[in-house]
Design a protein around this ligand. Sequence first.
Ligand code: 13P
Ligand code: 13P
Ligand code: MG
Ligand code: MG
Ligand code: MG
Length: 377
Amino acid sequence: MITLSIIKADTGGFVGHSAVHPDMLAEARREMTRAIEAGLLVDGHVASCGDDISLIMTHTYGPDADLIHSFAWDTFQNTAHVAKDLGLYGAGQDLLSDAFSGNLRGMGPGYAELDFEERPSEPVVCFLADKTGPGAWNLPLYKMFADPFNTAGLVIDQKMHAGFVFEVHDLQAGKRILFDCPAELYEMLMYIGAPSRYVVHRVRSKTLDETAVATSTQRLSLMAGEYVGKDDPVMIVRCQSGLPAVGEVLEPFTLAYGVAGCLRGSHHAPLMPVASGHAHPSRFDGPPRVVALGFQIHDGKLIGPRDLFADPAFDKAREQANEVMDYLRRHGPFEPHRLPLDELEYTTMTLLTERLADRWTPMSTEVATPAGTGGRG
Ligand code: 13P
Ligand code: 13P
Ligand code: MG
Ligand code: MG
Ligand code: MG
């Protein structure tokens, strides 16, 4: 068995929230090399999307392993120190706790982990997003594993006919449910179409009895109780041989679909698929970005990455993202650009409600004229 873990955190932005400073990446790479040499990791790769660092690692300890999570925690502490030394923005932003205690649950960093018996050829795609939340993977996962207009294999590959089981989490209630698809597609869509609350966490092939997908599902605001940045989720998708082909896994991103996030985590905006070199959201801290790093895993080694959105075939999606961004920006502080009140990351409305409490009167009473403004006597 091999475990593939992506553990990620924002430990400081350069400049603002747009990117990770090269010195922070260099620090993470030094730690990664040390961990490989020490035998803790089979292999590792440091990547970033926007202001988030991802540690992509293979090892033999399984998901939720103390050793792996504490290695990631220590590495993020070090990159946060680099960020502090350089005065970078939000140094240590996602490190919500002071002390590590066993695993990263509830501590700020996000993680997606999968353990599996390596197949003779094991192609995987690691998706990293910035300026959005974990529900951002719902729509593409539905298309990859349940929509035959996206995934030809659902029709022409015998091993996909039985379908896939989706594990969906209710982030508010802290509960999960399994949907057996295609039989329960419509029921599932009722939930995952509301991605601020319901999030696909895993997808499993019924024929292969193999888990194909793992996503990071934490909501920072639910942990911290206040806005400390967007979650910026990651996802692992295994491909081919009874699972969607790499091309089928990438195809959903030809639509610059709408997600919640962008500036101050408080706006709807299109998700733009980009090459790693363009994963630096600057305009209105957006549009939200996604990169796709392809690896062949062989004897636990990460052969890669291939920068899969570095393909002119995604130019149209990028153009579409820019058009949609122009359209939404013109709404300024109005919905549907600004998030609805119950999803808004800032607490302004609570404070305003207190401040203006006395000024609100029943609609039936006569409206008092503000002092000093005269009136229509
Ligand atoms: P190749 O003939 O290039 O290997 O393509 C096979 C395939 O199934 C692509 O989806
Ligand atoms: P990050 O979660 O990427 O730090 O974004 C925070 C933000 O408020 C951007 O405007
Ligand atoms: Mg940030
Ligand atoms: Mg970020
Ligand atoms: Mg964030």
